[in-house]
Write a protein that binds this ligand. Structure first.
Ligand SMILES: Cc1cc2nc3c(=O)[nH]c(=O)nc-3n(C[C@H](O)[C@H](O)[C@H](O)COP(=O)(O)OP(=O)(O)OC[C@H]3O[C@@H](n4cnc5c(N)ncnc54)[C@H](O)[C@@H]3O)c2cc1C
Length: 416
């Protein structure tokens, strides 16, 4: 008799789990509270879906923030090459962009979802939309607690040999991730680590950040001081509340709420060393000798940034370039390399790309994704205490853990 497997959640990890379990011969039913599959996948990558990252597996783990060791089996078992092959072989050609980020050639996340749904249909997976799982059906056995199915919001009972919790975390609740899985896992005896928004924009204290709303800076360095500080290069964006963009989102993954407010610095010219930058300023000031300082910086910064840099320079803005002293110039060069601003707090769940925290990985067997607390229960994706940086790494975690959970749930965790 094929095993009955229920997957709670038809998001990225739930779809991967359903396909993997069905390929192993299981009868699979997916319960999804929304009226369609993959709402979060649909909005991922700004609607283009950065489906994975084309890096080697060792490099992949450098981008994982929490759960690195825990994810070894899952990611080595289903790596980024395998995910890319799956989509390519099933009619969804992919392309690789800057930083190894992989997208569908069509630039449409809907093509990723369609490919997964087509596979599920071909494998006979049943999807029950508008069906919210409320609690797990568990029973006491001689070997301990066992999951035997799910009770829905309307009281309907679904029976199963194995249940896969793939409900996502708490980020972007409008997509369906509202923490139901965390509650259900907690009720079944699992430890839930503290959950906070990650890959999320920062609010800043300084008004000048907000004044620059809409300005994007490419190839800048964002850093903090101290041993365990953040230090990376990339792109950042000023917003009506502070700062965002890939560099800032990644910075948010490194900082705990308790450490805020904190001072961050922007290096506007990370490609120039001290001497080269000083020579560059010298050249500019020589060239614009008669011009006022405030009118001499257009080849150095975007127009909207100039008044801010003039304000931070401690050089009189009307001073002619010829009268700027070597000391003032050197101080200005140092400021260009170290523009300070204060991060007051992170934005909330509505804007977070992922959840930091979740079901403790200590309660999950990393080689099967099976619960150590409740037999017949498996986990996949963001509901667990695992997260990574931007660049396709979080979806890869969802695919890898989904596949591992699905394969083992199909055999009640005993085979494969
Ligand atoms: C705006 C945005 C952009 C992103 N872009 C990228 C990107 O480009 N690349 C990348 O790698 N990552 C990206 N991510 C992160 C990535 O989308 C997630 O990490 C990934 O979707 C997690 O997959 P999951 O299956 O664990 O959860 P989800 O995809 O959130 O799926 C969980 C599903 O479970 C359902 N569910 C929840 N509770 C219940 C219940 N009680 N009963 C039934 N169903 C339930 C939900 O409705 C949902 O459909 C992005 C995230 C956001 C918010």
């Amino acid at each position: 008799m094929p095993a009955e497997v229920i997957v709670i959640g038809c998001g990225a990890s739930g779809m991967a789990a359903a396909i993997a379990a069905a390929r192993e011969g299981a009868h699979v039913t997916v319960l999804e509270k929304n009226d369609r599959a993959g709402k979060k996948v649909f909005i991922s990558g700004k609607g283009r879906c950065n489906v994975t990252n084309d890096c080697d597996t060792a490099d992949f783990f450098d981008h994982v923030m929490r759960g690195k060791k825990f994810l070894y089996s899952a990611v080595y078992g289903c790596d980024t090459a395998r995910v890319q092959r799956f989509f390519e072989e099933n009619g969804c050609p992919l392309k690789v962009e800057r930083g190894g980020r992989v997208f569908p050639v069509s630039d449409k996340s809907s093509d990723i979802i369609r490919t997964l749904l087509r596979q599920m249909e071909a494998l006979g997976v049943r999807i029950c939309f508008d069906t919210r799982a409320r609690r797990l059906r568990t029973e006491e056995t001689r070997e301990g607690v066992r999951a035997g199915g799910v009770i829905s919001d309307t009281g309907e009972a679904f029976f199963a040999d194995a249940v896969i919790l793939a409900t996502g975390g708490l980020s972007y609740p409008l997509t369906g991730a509202t923490g139901d899985g965390l509650r259900m896992a907690g009720e079944a005896g699992h430890k839930i680590t503290e959950c906070t928004p990650s890959l999320v924009p920062f609010e800043t204290k300084e008004a000048w950040c907000r004044d620059l709303q809409g300005l994007s800076l490419r190839n800048v360095r964002l850093y903090t001081e101290g041993k365990k500080g953040f230090d990376r290069q990339g792109e950042m964006l000023f917003t009506h509340f502070g700062v965002s963009g890939p560099l800032v989102l990644n910075a948010s993954a490194y900082v705990e709420d308790a450490r805020l407010p904190a001072t961050y610095y922007i290096d506007l010219k990370p490609g120039l060393d001290e001497v080269t930058l000083d020579k560059r300023l010298q050249r500019e000031f020589l060239l614009h000798g008669k011009k006022q300082f405030k009118n001499s910086l257009s080849s150095l910064f975007p127009a909207r940034l100039i008044p801010v840099m003039v304000g931070l320079s401690q050089i009189e803005k009307e001073k002619s370039c010829a009268r700027i002293t070597a000391e003032e110039r050197k101080r200005f060069a140092a400021r260009i390399r170290k523009v300070p601003f204060t991060v007051s707090k992170k934005r909330g769940w509505d804007e977070a790309i992922v959840t930091r925290g979740g079901v403790s990985t200590a309660d999950i067997d990393p080689s099967t994704m099976a619960s150590r607390r409740c037999r017949g229960l498996y986990f996949a994706g963001e509901v667990m205490d695992v997260d990574a940086l931007t660049g396709g790494f979080n979806l890869q975690i969802a695919w890898s853990t989904g596949v591992l959970a699905g394969r083992h749930a199909a055999h009640g965790g005993s085979v494969v």
